[in-house]
Design a protein around this ligand. Structure first.
Ligand code: IMP
Ligand code: MG
Length: 195
């Protein structure tokens, strides 16, 4: 795999960071086109209402939406996790609600990554109460090793190992979201990056 040094030699927060490419942009694009087809095949007639979680899911949503034929609408929600360590706290709070009702709609939750599953568990409970016609989940990345909550995605782009990844919407302290590919972030100190 190609070793892509980001901000070569730069010290940020006193640590040298490097990124090793994991999923190239072309593979992401191809996979999203296939997922879009699969989703439309499952719901051939209906308007699909895509609901994305800010901010990490934004690129995935815009690429997915443009690849799904037929009628598509979308909306955004934002959440925050309590505590530093999502491992232990796992508390999720809504910071921005949807603009419109999802009652009777075919809703696809579009997430960048499914990690512990706490965020998705919270969202699915919340959305289920609002009586959508169908509720499905599409994630670009799935890190099954870290799962705590009993949730699963209906559409998965890539299953990845237990590594901290950035790019294509995913951040480390709000940085690297704009990388067109997904890469594994390593800190020079050898410490594990925390989300
Ligand atoms: P969960 O609630 O633990 O499933 O975490 C979901 C959220 O944590 C994602 O939407 C991301 O914002 C963030 N996250 C989880 N794993 C990573 C990662 O490897 N890199 C960057 N952000 C991550
Ligand atoms: Mg994040």
């Amino acid at each position: 795999m190609a070793e892509a040094r980001v901000a070569k030699g730069k010290i940020r927060h006193g640590q040298r960071e490097s990124i090793r490419a994991l999923i190239p942009a072309a593979r992401i694009e191809k996979r999203i086109r296939a997922m879009a087809k699969e989703i439309r095949r499952d719901f051939p007639e209906e308007r699909l209402h895509l609901v994305s979680v800010l901010k990490g899911g934004v690129f995935f949503l815009t690429d997915l939406a443009r690849s799904i034929p037929g009628e598509v609408s979308f909306d955004f929600i934002a959440v925050a996790s309590y505590g530093q360590n999502t491992h232990s706290s796992g508390q999720v709070r809504l910071t921005r609600d949807l603009d419109s009702s999802i009652e009777g709609q075919t809703v696809i939750v579009v997430e960048d990554i499914l990690d512990t599953g706490m965020t998705l568990q919270y969202l699915l409970r919340l959305f289920q109460q609002r009586k959508p016609k169908h509720l499905r989940v599409a994630v670009l990345l799935d890190k099954p090793e870290r799962r705590i909550a009993a949730v699963r995605a209906d559409y998965v782009g890539f299953t990845i190992p237990n590594e901290f990844v950035v790019g294509y919407g995913l951040d480390y302290s709000e940085r690297y979201r704009n990388l067109p590919y997904v890469g594994i972030l390593k800190l020079g100190s050898g410490a594990k990056p925390q989300k």
